[in-house]
Design a protein around this ligand. Structure first.
Ligand code: BES
Ligand code: ZN
Length: 626
């Protein structure tokens, strides 16, 4: 073979490899999207939206740039509860035909649009429904300022389709720009380049130059103000909270620096955080450039800022390298929890990070316990087909996933794992990753060169098997060993005032509360409360643990605080266990129903979906006037 042929041959080989890898990218079938990206796929979105607070709807036009395979005569989008008014092709626009398929409760309806040869743009004119599951429309009364309404979205996992017709799978990426019109007293923000102050017109333009999957589309609209933390970071919140938020999150610039030192450059330009009203159903959401956060982390003592480390870490694990389907969720969350604790270790020291590891290990044990030994949902690689992905995305992905990386670190050493991860984020940036392709990558880049370290370590069993294989040394926190002594003393009857709790931080209190005997007399509950003030704790994690103990021991003195917490806070991780605990007794059940009847209107659809099911809330209850 002469040089020319060799060149041609290698070109030919490269083409095959390229097309095989492209095929592998787009043909990963996603059980939660109707889209058929191997036939026609989106590449860019130009969104034009008007926010109507009176009608609680978004109205507008989504113009999609698309890439079409030769003979695909149509393109399929995901929609749910959207009214599609008209679809046109190209610019200038030409009307085309479309069909909406059969509705599925959580997948919604496929929108199939007829294409003409050479179509590159599809324009969809649509309106959302007031009940759209991604959207929460807050009345002025439900905000901190009480004067103006508020709107925010939550797109993960498959709710983007309830506010934008899109190809709603995490394996498909696109850039976007948006023109959004809001009432002039309000400021809109997106997961994109953002304004820092209001203008008189109420019209704003947004741009996201890096390709993202649909679950990272986000919008918040309200009486929102900005405070700079550094040249490239800042915080947004309602004006009354802004000072507190800026103080609580003062470490953000240092967190970004630590994250970059660990795993490479931050690829999203700015990093800002918005603290939303208390009904936000999650702790945080990693919307690119603009993390959405619950106000329940504003504890007043910076004790819960690791939530920001977590959401920031997603800028690499999740937003840069993205789980290809929700079955691969652990690649997002497990990696992020590991990364989060590495950031925390850099900022707050090893003792602090070790406490987080032990708390995580404990919550994993509890969760595995409640699942049972062989439960399929305790694999890292999930199988969520035919189910609402929300049901299967549990804490397992977080803590078992993080623990797997921790165990690998134990075996190959920190230096090697870190350079492996740095490379992983850089090589796979702006792409999606299946569990199988991660395993291959791991085998090629780490296992092959460190065979001895992996010899008796069955990582596949971790990923494709239930529970925790017994191949990982326990994590020990030296500070918790001291807390354990106080737990033992308390359980033996030592009065609270004699316990050594000076200098304890939130994590130590959490360990203490989960470690002490859980069945307590009202005298002992009162003694704890009088000495340590748990009922009025400003730390939401501590308060919720305490409310759970209050329910289990019928310590009624804490009930008024618990009720007012449940009435305003809509964070699912907190409210679900509280309602669950109440449901254990007949009187508790009645209390749960009464509280929910008042509070339901304050929760996001993501939260009401879960609580409705738990309380078996019925249609007629839903419609009853509050
Ligand atoms: N991406 C998740 C939130 C999420 C997960 C939304 C699944 C919808 C479906 C976010 O990064 C997260 O994990 N939030 C945690 C906080 C974190 C500190 C563990 C939460 O909200 O509790
Ligand atoms: Zn996360």
């Amino acid at each position: 073979m002469n040089l020319f042929h060799l060149k041609q041959f290698s070109l030919f080989l490269a083409c095959i490899i390229l097309s095989v890898s492209c095929f592998a990218q787009t043909s990963t079938s996603d059980p939660h999207s109707y889209a058929q990206p191997d036939r026609a796929v989106v590449t860019h979105l130009a969104l034009n939206l008007t926010v109507n607070f009176q009608k609680k709807v978004l109205t507008g036009k989504a113009s999609w740039n698309i890439k079409v395979n030769q003979d695909a005569g149509e393109i399929v989008f995901d929609t749910r509860d959207l009214e599609i008014r008209k679809v046109t092709l190209g610019d200038p626009e030409k009307l085309t035909t479309f069909t909406l398929g059969k509705n599925d409760d959580f997948l919604g309806k496929p929108l199939t649009v007829k294409l003409s040869p050479g179509t590159t743009v599809v324009n969809i004119y649509y309106t959302t429904s007031p009940g759209a599951a991604a959207l929460q429309w807050l009345t002025p009364q439900q905000t901190g300022g009480k004067m103006l309404p508020f709107l925010f979205t939550q797109s993960q996992a498959i709710l983007a389709r309830t506010w934008i017709p899109c190809q709603d799978g995490p394996g498909i990426r696109f850039t976007y720009e948006a023109d959004v019109k809001v009432p002039p007293a309000l400021l809109p923000l997106m997961s994109a380049s953002n304004p820092q102050e209001k203008n008189k017109s109420g019209k704003y333009h947004f741009n996201m130059a890096q390709p993202i999957p649909s679950y990272l589309l986000a919008l918040a609209v309200g009486d929102i103000a900005f405070r700079k933390l550094s040249e490239h970071t800042g915080v947004y919140a309602e004006p009354a909270m802004l000072e507190k938020v800026a103080w609580e999150f003062a470490d953000i610039p240092a967190m970004v620096a630590a994250a970059e030192r660990l795993y490479g450059p931050y690829r999203w330009d700015r990093y800002d955080v918005i603290v939303l009203p208390p009904s936000f159903p999650f702790g945080g959401m990693e919307n690119p450039r603009l993390t959405f956060a619950t106000p329940t982390v504003i504890a007043g003592d910076r004790s819960l800022v690791s939530l920001v480390s977590h959401e920031l870490a997603h800028s690499w694990s999740g937003n840069l390298v993205t789980n290809a389907t929700w079955d691969d969720f652990w690649l997002n969350e497990g990696f992020t929890v590991y990364f989060e604790r590495r950031i925390d270790e850099q900022l707050y020291g090893k003792e602090f990070a070790d406490m987080e590891w032990v708390l995580g290990r404990q919550s994993l044990a509890d969760e595995l316990n409640s699942f049972g030994e062989d439960d399929r949902d305790t694999w890292l690689k999930l199988d969520l087909s035919g189910r609402d992905p929300d049901d299967g995305m549990t804490g397992i992905a977080y803590e078992k996933g993080a623990l797997l990386l921790h165990c690998i670190e134990e075996r190959v050493g920190r230096e090697k794992l870190d350079s492996f991860l740095r490379e992983y984020f850089s090589v796979n940036a702006f792409q999606s990753m299946t569990t199988a392709s991660f395993v291959t990558y791991l085998e090629n880049e780490l296992v092959a060169t460190n065979q001895a370290a992996f010899q008796d370590f069955d990582y596949k069993q971790w990923i494709y098997g239930a529970g925790i294989p017994e191949s990982c040394p326990p994590i020990i926190s030296s500070r918790f060993l001291l807390v354990d002594l106080q737990i033992a003393a308390y359980n033996e009857g030592k009065p609270c005032s004699e316990l050594q709790t000076k200098y304890w931080v939130a994590q130590e209190w959490i360990h203490f509360l989960s470690g002490i005997q859980q069945n307590l007399s009202s005298t002992r509950m009162k003694e704890l409360d009088d000495t340590f003030g748990f009922t009025n704790s400003g730390n939401s994690e501590i308060a919720v643990l305490w409310f759970l103990m209050a329910i289990n021991n019928q310590y009624t003195a804490a009930y008024p605080q618990m009720e007012s917490f449940l009435n305003s806070v809509g964070r699912r991780k907190f409210i679900m266990p509280l309602y669950q605990a109440l449901m254990q007794t007949e009187t508790g059940k009645q209390m749960a129903m009464a509280i929910y009847k008042k509070s339901r209107q304050n929760y996001h659809p993501v939260a009401t979906g879960s609580v409705d099911e738990l309380l078996q809330w019925k249609e007629h209850d839903k419609n009853s006037p509050y």
